[in-house]
Design a protein around this ligand. Structure first.
Ligand SMILES: [Zn+2]
Ligand SMILES: [Zn+2]
Length: 130
């Protein structure tokens, strides 16, 4: 199955095939700031399942084992995808909301779970990590 995630202004897109290797939300501060909301939604695909990346993207890097390189639209600023240096380094993380439809299944994991906002209730059957 081919799936395409797009930025807010739709100038940039990333197309992937196959099924996600990991489909999780994360409550860490970096994911909150990346999205400007209560958690990030990250859908990871193996690098070799990334079919096309189009549009003018810029990137910023945080160094180190917990670091990442995040690619965002030069026009609207949406962070569309990223590569983590330590975690799943041979995969590409895509912002789940950028698919903007039901083509990607619901997440099944809550990462940095112990940090989640008290007012947020999550499905009990999700895997809780961190
Ligand atoms: Zn854009
Ligand atoms: Zn996070």
């Amino acid at each position: 199955m081919l799936r395409t995630a797009k930025c807010c202004c739709q100038d940039c897109a990333i197309a992937v095939e196959g099924e996600p290797a990991l489909n999780a939300i994360c409550h860490c501060q970096s994911c909150r700031r990346r999205t400007g909301t209560a958690f990030g939604w990250s859908v990871y695909f193996p690098d070799d399942r990334v079919i096309a990346i189009t549009g003018t993207l810029m990137a910023y890097t945080k160094d180190g084992e917990a670091g990442y390189k995040r690619h965002f639209c030069a026009r609207c600023g949406t962070t569309l995808y990223w590569k983590s240096f330590g975690f799943m380094a041979d995969h590409t993380g895509i912002a789940g909301g950028c698919f903007a439809d039901d083509s990607v299944a619901a997440p099944n994991m809550s990462a940095q779970h112990s940090s989640h906002y008290d007012w947020l209730s999550l499905p009990a059957d999700w895997l809780h990590a961190g």
